[in-house]
Design a protein around this ligand. Sequence first.
Ligand code: NDP
Length: 326
Amino acid sequence: MFKGILIQKDEAGYRASLTDLDESQLPEGDVTIRVSHSTLNFKDALAITGKGPVVRRFPMVPGVDLVGTVEHSGHSEYTVGDTVILNGWGVGEKHWGGLAQKARVNGDWLVPLRGRFTPEQAMSIGTAGYTAMLCVLALERNGVKPDDGEILVTGAAGGVGSVATAVLTKLGYSVVAVSGRPEEAAYIKSMGAIEILDRDQFSSPGKPLGAERWAGAIDVVGSHTLANVCATTRYRGFVAACGLAGGMDFPATVAPFILRGVTLVGIDSVMCPRLERLEAWRRLSRDLDVAKLAAISNEVGLSEVMPLAQKMLNGEVRGRIVVDVN
Ligand code: NDP
C-alpha cells in the first residue's frame, strides 16, 4: 500500500482525498517509480478543486510533475535506481500522476535527472519552470536578444513568472514584471525584475494598439492581459503565450500582427517533443541561478495540498509548491 491523492467523480460528487492505494491499482506502464517529490501546479489546482475540466478519467491521481527512483523497468533506457523526472504527457489528467508515493508510467515520458539539480530542486522548477524555459527558448528562436529592449513577464510572482524572470535576468535581458501583489515586490525584484507594473493596467479592455514598449513578452494570464501585451509590443516583437490564469478568452484585434508584425507563439509543455524537453532541462541547468530556487520554492506534505489548491486558484501562492509525498 502507498499514500496518494485520489480524485473521484460519481453519484457522491466530485471530490479529492488523501487515501491508501494499492500497487495493483497503478495504471499500465513499463516503468514503476518510487516518487520522492511532486508539485502543485495551476493545472493540478484546477483538477483537485474541480474548477476546470482537467481530469479526463476517474478515479485519477493528480500531479503533472514527479521525480523519483526507478523501482522496476521494462524500458531499455532506465534501470532500477535511476532518478527520473516526469512533466506532463497527460499524467494527472488521463494517466495517474505524481501526487502519490508510487507511479507507473511509459518510460518514453521520462527525463533522466542528470546535472546539478537535486530531486527537490527539479520539482522547484517543475512544469512551471520548464514551461518558462520553453518560452525563453522560443524568444531566442525568434531572434529576441538582450540588447533589443525590455521583456515583459506577466503573473510574475507565480511559478512560470518567477522562473522566467530569473532565467531572462541571468541571460542579460531587462525584465519588466506585471503583478497584482504589491506585497511580493521585493520577491519579484529578487528574481531580477527591474520594474513592476500593476496587473490592473493590463486586465481591462484596451486599445487595439498602444505605445510600443516590449521587445518580447511571456504571458501566463491570457484574456485582456494578453491582448494588451500584444498591443504594446514593439514592431516585429515577440510574445509567448502559455497560460490562462486570467481567462481562456483572447479579446484582441489583429492590429499588432498586421501593422507591427508582432509574432504570437503558443507554448505547450504537455506534449512537447522529447528533444525539446531535454534541451529545456539542459538550459535550465545552465541558465537558472540555483540560489534563487530556495526563494522560489515552498515545500509541503501531501496532506497540505488540498487547501493550497484553492489558494493557488485565488492567486495567493508565491513561486512554486514542492510536495514531499513521503
Ligand atoms: P501560478 O498560480 O503559480 O501563477 C499564476 C500567476 O498569475 C499568479 O501568481 C498571479 O501573479 C497571476 N494571476 C493569477 N490570477 C490572475 C488574474 N485573474 N489576473 C491576472 N493575473 C493573475 O501558476 P503557474 O505560474 O504555475 O502557471 C501560470 C499559467 O500558466 C496557468 O494558467 C497555467 O495553467 C499555465 N501553464 C501552462 C503550461 C503550458 O504548457 N502551456 C504549463 C504550465 C503552466 P501575480 O500575483 O504576480 O499577479
